[in-house]
Design a protein around this ligand. Structure first.
Ligand code: NAD
Ligand code: GLY
Length: 361
């Protein structure tokens, strides 16, 4: 087990990560929770049915605990679910000394954090992540819900009190979700250093390895990459945009697929391939893309963009990206692994790269 300190301009907090962390950290965590008037646990149906026992063991000595169970997946990051959660919170009578526990993946963390940040102008919350992807989403304080026209368009920067990451919970993740989360780990390698990418490629060769190899040390490395960037730039005035590598195209694809066709990480894989192609064309990136694609194929990722995805819809969605200003789309590109730049991209270049991505081309 280890503790990583996340230091941001607004708050410093710990990420406690390790196998059985909810058990190991139980007494300390319980003491912290006893300092709050009420505990509101936000979770989704899958996590509730699979892992409620873990939290019950933790929370059984507290009187004022309420669970709220959302639908699974992106469906929970909607205005409707946000309102439903708020209604329950108000009915439950949470006050400013209450706390919210976001127990789930990136969706629950983003929704829970957004609810906590807006209820009574802000109550404390903890991230208790249950997915591989959440090594990214639970750290750094970006909280948000989606709008049908764009991903994470309604949100805040709002840091948790702490992150308690019990990696024993990851064993129940379906393989598609493992892959989706692992995409963000690949992103953390591509934006930090070749050695981490090499290590990932050497350790994880097929999807079975997600279950048989120890993911925890890699999740820690991913968290350290993220924490290092967030420490420099909490509110994305500069370098934090680099954490968006692959996301300009990826988010556009997710929105095109109405947040249900592509999982977040699946879209980000396409987005990173797109950004690498563009980096090769404009930033002199020397990169063995074939090797990366064949590794991704071996892990079971789809790497050829489906032929029915239309350019115009993707381009339109990219215009809604949060990095777009003055109607100028900006993408995070690489000149080498770990060397990023935010680059304005015109329509012709975006189209040219899109055509390169199309299936069979
Ligand atoms: P998710 O929260 O929807 O979880 C994926 C699926 O796995 C869900 O069906 C969930 O019910 C299930 N699940 C969760 N834990 C499980 C477990 N232990 N065992 C079995 N099933 C489990 O999705 P995610 O991939 O964790 O997160 C994706 C979201 O994170 C996206 O909305 C994305 O925008 C967001 N995100 C946010 C940030 C950030 O900085 N805030 C960063 C990256 C991604
Ligand atoms: N996932 C991008 C960020 O946290 O800034």
């Amino acid at each position: 087990m280890s503790t990583i300190t996340v230091q941001t301009a607004s708050k410093t907090y710990s990420v406690r990560i390790g196998h059985d962390m909810l058990h190991i950290f139980r007494d300390e965590f319980l003491n912290e929770l006893k300092g709050f008037s009420k505990v509101f646990v936000l979770t989704d149906k899958h996590v509730f049915s699979l892992h409620k026992g873990k939290l019950d063991t933790l929370l059984q000595d507290l009187d004022q605990v309420t669970y709220y169970v959302t639908p699974n997946g992106e469906e929970a990051k909607t205005f409707q679910v946000y309102e439903d959660v708020m209604t329950k919170i108000i009915e439950t009578g949470l006050d400013r000394k209450s706390v919210l526990l976001a127990f789930g993946g990136g969706v629950i963390g983003d929704l829970g954090g957004f609810v906590a940040s807006t209820y009574m102008r802000g109550i404390p919350f903890y991230q208790i992540p249950t997915t591989v992807l959440a090594h990214d989403s639970a750290v750094g304080g970006k909280v948000a819900i989606n709008h049908p026209l764009g991903k994470n368009l309604v949100g805040q920067f709002y840091q948790p009190e702490a992150v308690i990451y019990d990696t024993s919970l990851l064993k129940t993740l379906p393989v598609r979700e493992m892959r989706s989360g692992f995409a963000e780990l690949i992103k953390h390698a591509l934006i930090s250093d070749q050695a981490l990418l090499d290590e990932l490629m050497a350790t994880f060769k097929t999807a079975d390895d997600f279950y048989s190899k120890d993911l925890t040390p890699f999740l820690e490395k991913g968290i350290l990459v993220k924490a290092g960037i967030v420490a420099q730039d909490e509110t994305e005035q500069g370098v934090r945009a680099y954490l968006n590598f692959g996301h300009t195209f990826g988010h556009a694809l997710e929105a095109y697929g109405q947040f249900s066709r592509f999982l977040h990480g699946e879209a980000i894989i396409y987005g990173m391939l797109y950004a690498i192609l563009m980096s090769e064309a404009t930033q002199n990136l020397a990169f063995d893309l074939d090797e990366l694609i064949s590794w991704l194929d071996g892990l079971g990722y789809e790497t050829a963009l489906p032929s029915d995805v239309p350019f115009e819809a993707i381009f339109e969605n990219m215009l809604h990206d949060k990095k777009t200003t003055f109607e100028e789309i900006k993408m995070v590109l690489l000149s080498q692994i770990g060397e990023m730049k935010l680059v304005p991209c015109d329509r012709a270049l975006i189209l040219q790269t899109f055509n390169q991505m199309k299936k069979g081309e």
